[in-house]
Design a protein around this ligand. Structure first.
Ligand code: GDP
Length: 365
């Protein structure tokens, strides 16, 4: 499964946030075959549509889809110089599909800041610099390998060298590779380089609990947001402390807590949704049987690939996908009414599955 790695300087609230994630954790009875590493937190992806489908087509149970966060510990400063643990830190980031970068945006004299003062831009820069330096080294190494072939008639080498030449000055200016616009062809080369700063990134401002209702009141948050905008990256604000508390409450207590704090939903929900979208993930549903269930697929999947998310047999023996858009089911209020309105579609193997599709797969066994 795709995973987002949580990174940040020491003492910014990473562990607190990761604890919130594991405490809010998925109902593991639903995933009996999942093996979980200690640094992986699996959460259910909040989705109001499940309850609405269940209302219309009641089943024995509701099973949300899940998302995995990975806690990336380790020292940060000097990591790119390759000193022991630092190397491991970068290696762990290399393994994840997206980066959730936690930045301290709260004041608290009791909690020591590694750089002596709360300065979100400086914090972001400390981490990003290590990633940029590691990428620069990788780019230089790669360039030394392809440069000679690129001088000859090797087209692939030429293309790669050109991309490396485009990337290098950006890294030298201290900027992330994800800030560069690439053509589709270039994008393929970039993917093959596995650069750290090309990973989709989400900034999390860990704000004070007092700022939860109005994050824009926090000058720290504002700075982080401006920086994220300049990188075309997403940013969300939450209080890790509050999230850890919220994650332990039952539904009623949770509702009270959120109302008091002046927010509509836990920050964790925003985090999960943002990370899910950051990785271009989408949801389809199955219903009408024993369970109303959500499944994750990657944007651009064809119907057989989506079927394969459920079971490889479904993909191999795929015949067609009986599909209802969630919006149609919601509007017509019953499967029967949807059918009468001619909104039940029989889709074939070339169908691009859409977010919110409710699908019954037909397949040969
Ligand atoms: P890590 O080193 O990044 O994993 O940071 P921790 O999660 O261990 O947090 C460091 C300290 O900051 C702990 O004492 C936390 O309780 C505290 N902390 C984390 N989040 C918040 C927050 O939102 N507000 C305040 N005031 N303290 C926080």
């Amino acid at each position: 499964a795709l995973t987002a790695g949580i990174v940040g300087l020491p003492n910014v609230g990473k562990s607190t946030l990761f604890n919130a994630i594991t405490k809010a954790g998925a109902e593991m009875a639903n995933y009996p075959f999942a093996t979980i590493e200690p640094n992986v937190g699996i959460v259910e992806v909040p989705d109001d549509r499940l309850a609405r489908i269940q209302e219309i087509e009641p089943a024995d149970k509701i099973i949300p889809t899940t998302f995995e966060f990975t806690d990336i510990a380790g020292i940060v400063k000097g990591a790119s110089k390759g000193e022991g643990l630092g190397n491991k830190f970068l290696e762990n980031i290399r393994q994840v599909n997206a980066i959730v970068h936690v930045v301290r945006a709260f004041d608290d004299d009791e909690i020591i800041h590694v750089n002596g003062k709360v300065d979100p831009l400086d914090d972001i820069d400390t981490i990003n610099t290590e990633l940029v330096l590691a990428d620069l080294e990788a780019v230089d190494k790669r360039y030394a390998k392809v440069a000679r072939a690129a001088k000859g008639s090797d087209k692939a080498a030429k293309a790669e060298a050109a991309v490396l030449e485009k990337i290098k000055p950006v890294l030298e200016a201290g900027k992330a590779v994800r800030t560069i616009d690439f053509s589709e062809e270039e994008e393929k080369v970039v993917k093959s380089l596995f650069l750290l700063t090309s990973k989709p990134t989400l900034y999390v401002a860990n704000i004070a609990e007092d700022d939860m209702a109005n994050p824009t009141n926090s000058p720290y948050y504002q700075k982080i947001k401006d920086f994220a905008d300049s990188e075309k990256a997403e940013v969300i604000a939450l209080s890790a402390n509050a999230e850890e508390e919220i994650a332990q409450l039952d539904d009623d207590e949770k509702a009270d807590y959120l109302e008091l704090a002046g927010v509509k939903e836990p920050g964790l929900n925003k985090l999960i949704r943002s990370a899910y979208h950051l990785l271009d993930l989408r949801t389809f549903f199955t219903a009408g049987g024993k369970e109303t269930r959500a499944w994750t697929f990657k944007a651009g999947y064809k119907a057989p690939q989506a079927a394969g998310v459920i079971h490889s047999d479904f993909e191999r023996g795929f015949i067609r996908a009986e599909t209802i858009a969630f919006a149609d089911l919601d509007e017509y209020g019953s499967v029967k009414a949807v059918k009468e309105a001619g909104k039940l579609r029989s889709e074939g193997k070339d169908y691009d599955v859409q977010d919110g599709d409710i699908i019954e797969f037909r397949f040969n066994v």
